[in-house]
Design a protein around this ligand. Structure first.
Ligand SMILES: O=C1O[C@H](COP(=O)(O)O)[C@@H](O)[C@H](O)[C@H]1O
Length: 248
């Protein structure tokens, strides 16, 4: 499966272009099917991309009532915590977007769940409720993700799947509880590789020179111990959207 790498001059251009690309992708998707399902990412460029969508007049071309928003991962923290990806997404975009609240699917917070596993179980069930039977009945019970957006950490993690972590080996579930994350906070909830790879398109959005070693390694076909970022492929397209600093 080929991966397409597109290099942007800087992080600001990367976020603006990714926002434009996603808006056009949503408009195109809505010309053929409804609803449209997108998984958002946290992280620096991920949230900046949402701010760019908020600032773009093209957002008015999307019928947001037909869009469902999910997350690739979440920090297991109380509802409204500023470090939660959904909190940041609401501030950057969702509070000003006409998306019905029932179309917004955050992973469960720590004040509503005993453990990341409990939040993961609930999210897996929520995903299954939106699965389209007949799309791929043999595959995992998931909505047909049009796009899964992923940030990439300097260590090559995607979502909350960190290099060498046991969560990377969980393939019989769509969502997993994560403990001992090397990046704070330690407890998280994440889509598994099985869920991510069911997406039509996976877009990895990466900015900053601290990411350059991970990008270089992930895109090296000769690497014998692939990073999580190297493992993810969309069913039809895998885009690496990077800035010049991350491209190294
Ligand atoms: O903790 C996380 O980090 C990654 C990457 O974030 P970045 O700030 O280094 O770009 C992000 O993709 C993930 O959603 C988030 O939970």
């Amino acid at each position: 499966m080929n991966r397409t790498v597109i290099v942007h001059p800087d992080a600001a251009t990367l976020a603006a272009t990714t926002a434009a690309r996603l808006l056009v992708r949503l408009v195109d998707a809505q010309s053929t099917h409804r609803p449209v399902h997108v998984a958002l990412t946290g992280g620096t460029v991920g949230i900046r991309t949402l701010s760019e969508i908020a600032a773009s007049p093209v957002r008015h071309a999307v019928d947001w009532t037909g869009v469902h928003l999910w997350w690739g991962d979440e920090r297991f923290l109380p509802d409204g915590d500023p470090d939660r990806n959904v909190t940041q997404a609401r501030q950057a975009l969702l509070d000003d977007l006409p998306v019905p609240e029932e179309n917004i699917h955050p992973m469960g917070p720590s004040d509503a769940h005993d453990s990341p596993e409990s939040a993961a179980d609930d999210y897996q069930a929520e995903l299954a409720r939106h699965a389209e039977s007949g799309v791929d009945d043999a595959g995992p019970a998931l909505p047909a993700f049009d796009v899964v957006l992923l940030g990439v950490g300097p260590d090559g993690h995607v979502a909350s799947l960190f290099p060498g972590h046991e969560a990377c080996d969980v393939l019989d579930r769509t969502v997993v509880g994560v403990h001992g994350s090397p990046k704070p906070p330690p407890h998280r909830v994440s889509l598994t590789f099985a869920a991510i790879e069911a997406a039509d398109e996976v877009w990895l959005v990466v900015g900053g020179e601290d990411k350059a070693p991970a990008v270089a390694r992930a895109l090296d076909p000769g690497d014998t111990d692939p990073l999580p970022a190297a493992r993810v492929l969309g069913r039809h397209r895998t885009l690496w959207l990077v800035d010049a600093a991350a491209a190294g």
